[in-house]
Design a protein around this ligand. Structure first.
Ligand SMILES: NCc1[nH]cc(CCC(=O)O)c1CC(=O)O
Length: 305
């Protein structure tokens, strides 16, 4: 292979992640040329309607997958939490990179944490998962939609549109905004999106050259945890625009998974946990999903659409 071409979205975070993968590939395979192919996706262009209304988060992948099918790119780099639970047939994830900070961040110019927010404070987030957890802690808050890339969201906070916003720590850290993190919202009390903080490479199933080159960047513990979290999410519904949160960790060879499903409308939350074998992450994900379903998770998810 002369040059490995990485299809990427054009947001600052997507470009950072793709540059990071390119650097890692160059370091791992001396002599390999790697270049980015930045592309617009429908998910980036349509900002006036909700993601769910225009077909869900898979929209961010579609154009990149078409580029790989046309032969204009060899692979694509994604935040794994934005990758649908069922990959498009014909595609695979040859590498899931070591997870960065998994936690959500509380970001505010005036308040130190959620508890410090005044009665009725305005908090920006379009994530149903974040809204449900905020409602559960503070039913008095006024939750407001907040879309756009990380830089846009920070600009809206600074313009005074919100008292606080919630973002992923990983995205803030990658873009050099560590100092904006006022509080890390940590497990097991506050749970992230399944696979939050992990970057994945996608390529065609039948492209063995690319699969082999990328597989060297795979981090087995991160893949195990992400598989448990994603299996839980898959067993619950299949989409990613629902109030579902999950966090897995490996401890002494065992795998631990915490999950929750909530309602953004009224802050009702059900939680479940499980312990399983590190070599059977999907079984653990399915088991924790079954515990959530037994507590009414399906009704909460159905009520969120
Ligand atoms: N939904 C957008 C998105 N996808 C991945 C990240 C952050 C990086 C990561 O979680 O890996 C973000 C921004 C955010 O949620 O604040």
């Amino acid at each position: 292979m002369k040059t490995l071409r990485i299809a990427t979205r054009k947001s600052p975070l997507a470009l950072w992640q793709s540059e990071h993968v390119a650097d890692r590939l160059r370091a791992t395979h001396p002599g390999l040329a790697v270049e980015l192919v930045p592309m617009s996706t429908r998910g980036d262009e349509v900002l006036d309607r909700s993601l769910a209304a225009i077909g869900g988060k898979g929209l961010f992948l579609k154009e990149l997958e078409l580029a790989m099918l046309r032969g204009d790119a060899d692979c694509a780099v994604h935040s794994l939490k934005d990758v649908p639970m069922e990959l498009e047939p014909g595609f695979t994830l040859p590498a899931i990179l070591a997870r960065a900070d998994y936690a959500d961040a509380f970001v505010s110019n005036h308040f130190a944490d959620i508890a410090a927010l005044p009665q009725g404070a305005r908090v920006g987030t379009s994530s149903l998962r974040r809204q449900a957890q905020l409602r559960a802690l503070r039913p008095d808050l006024r939750l407001a939609d907040l879309r756009g890339n990380v830089n846009t969201r920070l600009a809206k906070l600074d313009a005074g549109e919100y008292d606080a916003i919630v973002l992923a720590c990983a995205g803030l850290q990658r873009l050099g905004f560590d100092d904006r993190i006022r509080d890390r919202l940590q497990a097991p009390q506050w749970l992230p999106a399944p696979a939050q903080g992990a970057v994945a490479i996608e390529c065609r199933d039948d492209d063995f050259t690319t699969r082999e080159l990328c597989a060297r960047l795979d981090d087995a513990p991160t893949r195990t945890c992400a598989e448990a979290e994603r299996a839980m999410n898959r067993a619950l519904h299949g989409s990613c625009h629902v109030p579902v949160a999950a966090f897995a960790r490996l401890e002494n060879g065992g795998l631990h998974l915490s999950g929750l499903v909530g309602s953004a409308a009224d802050g009702v939350i059900v939680r479940a946990e499980g312990e399983g074998r590190g070599d059977l992450p999907e079984a653990l994900g399915t088991e924790v999903a079954a515990k959530l379903l037994a507590q009414g998770a399906a009704e909460l998810i159905a009520g969120s659409h």
